[in-house]
Design a protein around this ligand. Structure first.
Ligand SMILES: Cc1cc2nc3c(=O)[nH]c(=O)nc-3n(C[C@H](O)[C@H](O)[C@H](O)COP(=O)(O)OP(=O)(O)OC[C@H]3O[C@@H](n4cnc5c(N)ncnc54)[C@H](O)[C@@H]3O)c2cc1C
Length: 497
């Protein structure tokens, strides 16, 4: 049988995983990527003996990566290795409280009781509930197309759905956390999980409180060679399976005829395809690559997720008080989120995230030094393409670090690089620099997320963080699997063995 041709637009993690899945199923796969490296939002900077992962840093559900690497009966165990972090995160509050998150829930619960007075049993009950909800929801909301939600739900026993039916979805994450806990520090710690998909705990549904299950019950992991090695491994796997990559190849349009894409148009060529999978942010895709298609409502009026401002600092000394993942909490979380989502402004007491991969991968910084990735959440650019003031944000960050850690980072800085909403959009095509496409601040967000298959064009599919099931490495990998399932419903090809 003649091989069908599949074009994938974008070599982000979703596009790469889709390329592996399609090539393993014997499609002829061509990936068109406008940049000169694969990975999209997952990139690295190497400078003066330092290495920085520039985008994602928190890594959960590692088996989703190994699942991709093990496709097609040619498992390659040398491509990728990872380990569990014993301490998931270290939280700092300005009143001097420091909370560690050991990977064992019992130890975490007693740490919380010791540091905040919140009874350990409250934590354990909360984490159990989060786990039950996740287990009930994963198959429905993460690993299957959203359009099959009701069919999949009907296949379940009422008992299996009970943890979800027990949630009051109209309640926000914050409201539910306040019902569980007395300690403001603990409420803030669990509210933070809204930021994992660029949302606000004061608006997002309590259903999302299940996110904490992954880190606390399952664990946080770290690749032995850093986050970029996830991209390198999946890219190598794709090459092994015969995928062709054309870098510096920007798609500028599609030629459609009778509900089908006939040609994909780049700045230098017209290419025909039987199937097209877009890994481009959907908000950008409909505006720039597929202007002839009808924009769904969530694209016409997008409620965007937050963006980020990140400084990459080469630091000339090491800081034993810090761990791999560190959070320096704002004293006024409510107003921080209101500034990001309602006022679209910079907040003067931001929550600062410091990620130091050299604590886990020694070769990421010269001996005795550290690579600091310092990030705050900020609004995406406004409709005129303007972003918050980077210099003002920088001084808020430095003040926050001085107040909380009693360290003046400027005295230790060897060099600095940065990423802003504008550069994130330029580099990855994320509409207005939003990290995860649309936010999940509305109760209906999960249902309004763009599907993985076009309603209008028969041979067009979508993967990546801006479509179902959502943003973040694990969900992008899940989206590539759903795309493959959707394509299998149309055609089935004999697979490579
Ligand atoms: C600062 C930051 C921190 C994050 N933290 C985490 C975290 O801790 N944990 C986590 O799991 N996730 C995190 N994420 C989210 C995660 O990185 C993304 O959800 C995921 O990487 C998105 O992958 P994707 O498949 O959607 O493709 P993207 O990474 O969005 O890549 C899309 C690709 O398409 C290419 N492209 C765009 N337009 C065109 C065109 N016209 N022609 C050809 N190519 C095109 C782009 O160049 C890019 O390579 C973070 C993201 C950022 C930016």
């Amino acid at each position: 049988m003649k091989q069908k041709k599949c074009i994938i637009i974008g070599a982000g993690i979703g596009g790469l995983a889709a390329a592996v899945r399609m090539a393993a199923a014997n499609y002829e796969v061509l990936v068109l990527e406008k940049n000169d490296t694969p990975g999209g939002k997952i990139q690295q900077i190497q400078k003066y003996g330092f290495r920085f992962d520039t985008g994602p840093s928190l890594f959960t559900l590692p088996h989703l990566v190994t699942d991709v690497l093990n496709i097609s009966n040619t498992p390659d165990h040398d491509l990728f290795n990872f380990r569990k972090l014993h301490n998931v995160c270290r939280y700092f509050y300005e009143d001097g409280t420091i909370i560690n998150v050991p990977d064992d829930p019992l130890e975490f619960a007693s740490e919380i009781e010791e540091k905040t007075g919140e009874p350990a049993k409250h934590i354990l009950k909360y984490l159990k509930t989060a786990q039950n909800r996740y287990l009930a929801a994963a198959d429905l909301f993460i690993f299957n197309p959203i359009n099959s939600l009701f069919k999949s739900a009907l296949r379940k026993q009422p008992k299996e759905l009970q943890p979800l039916l027990a949630v009051n979805p109209v309640r926000t994450m914050h409201e539910e956390n306040r019902k569980y806990f007395r300690s403001p520090h603990v409420i803030q710690l669990f509210d933070r999980y809204a930021t994992y998909n660029g949302s606000s705990p004061y608006q997002a549904s309590s259903m999302l409180n299940m996110i904490s299950h992954l880190e606390h019950n399952d664990g946080a992991f770290f690749p032995e060679k850093g986050i970029y090695s996830i991209v390198e491994a999946i890219y190598q796997k794709a090459l092994q399976l015969g995928v062709e990559f054309r870098f510096r190849s920007k798609v500028i349009g599609l030629e459609t005829e009778k509900r089908s894409i006939r040609q994909v148009i780049t700045t230098s060529e017209h290419l025909s395809a039987d199937i097209v999978i877009s890994d481009v942010d959907v908000n950008t895709f409909y505006r720039n690559q597929a202007q002839q298609l009808r924009k769904p409502r969530a694209v016409r009026k997008p409620a965007l997720s937050s963006s980020a401002l990140i400084f990459y600092w080469g630091m000339k000394s090491s800081h034993p008080q810090l761990d791999v993942h560190n959070i320096l909490f704002s004293n006024d979380y409510k107003n921080e989120f209101s500034a990001i989502f309602e006022k679209q402004q910079l907040f003067n007491d931001p929550t600062v995230y410091i990620f130091i991969s050299s604590k886990a991968v020694k070769s990421d910084a010269p001996e005795g030094m550290e690579n600091w990735f310092v990030m705050i959440n900020v609004p995406p650019t406004n409709e005129n393409g303007q972003q918050v003031s980077v210099s003002e944000a920088r001084s808020h960050i430095i003040n926050k670090i001085k107040r909380t850690l009693k360290v003046d980072p400027e005295k230790e800085l060897l060099f600095e690089e940065k990423a802003t909403p504008i550069t994130i959009e330029e580099r990855t095509g994320s509409y207005r620099g939003a990290l995860y496409g649309n936010n999940s601040n509305s109760l209906w967000s999960a249902f309004l997320r763009h599907r993985n298959r076009s309603r209008e064009i028969k041979n067009l599919f979508f993967t990546g963080g801006s479509v179902h099931p959502g943003g973040g490495i694990p969900l992008c990998l899940a989206s590539s699997e759903i795309v493959k399932k959707e394509i299998d419903k149309l055609w089935s090809q004999p697979s490579k063995s």
